[in-house]
Design a protein around this ligand. Sequence first.
Ligand code: KIV
Ligand code: NA
Length: 262
Amino acid sequence: MMTLTKLHKMKQAGEKIVCLTAYEASQAYWAVEAGVEVILVGDSLGMVVQGHQNTLPVTLNDMVYHTQMVQRKNHQAWCIADIPFMSDMDLSSVLGAAARLMKEGQANMVKLEGGQRVVEMVKSLANLGVPVCGHLGLLPQSVQKKGYQVAGKEAESAARLLEEAKMLENAGADMLVLECVPALLAKQITDSLSIPVIGIGAGHETDGQVLVLHDVLGLTIGKAPKFSKNFLSEVGSIQTALYQYVSDVKSGQFPASEHCVG
Ligand code: KIV
Ligand code: NA
């Protein structure tokens, strides 16, 4: 069984951490068989599973349901479940959401988007024994206000991101996802924190990588993000594609420069 201690040791040893989204039992099972160490039940399910335009319509009930399915067939990977949009509007709702994801969904960790805004929530969750993953950079739950764009391109916003990453770690976060930030900034943040930093569209120098399963298998409807890669088109089976993803992250072959943003 994967643990926080093992994930911390992997960071210290420079061994890449492989994370992938999964939304139901068979996806989780085959991802784990391929060697995926961290499964993210992402609210990206709103787009790739439910067919919505963005992640905003995803409910806490949806997240609990998908986490339950994943955890029935995941007997090995660390499982992170996303706190959905507006389930973190105040402390009591975020605590209630985490309780359901951990008790009913049996997640190992919850993830919430944002920096300074969520620091007090991270502290409370950590004090209650709930492992928390932060999420900085491009924040899909803020798309109506900010759009989808690379974060931390200017010196000021880069400094702010580094500062917020440290705030999250100091508040008790045990992991951090960085989405769509320049590779150099991602490296700087990774080097500045003792907790594992998982990147998506953040270059190859973070402690690990995460991708959306549907992008890896070419199931995405429309244009897949630049930072993703279809691993199925080069091989014969879903199992081999997942195995290829794991070994390419482990060896540092993914992401290549063509998958970098900013
Ligand atoms: O919901 C999701 O899949 C995510 C990843 C893109 C990090 O949050
Ligand atoms: Na998400």
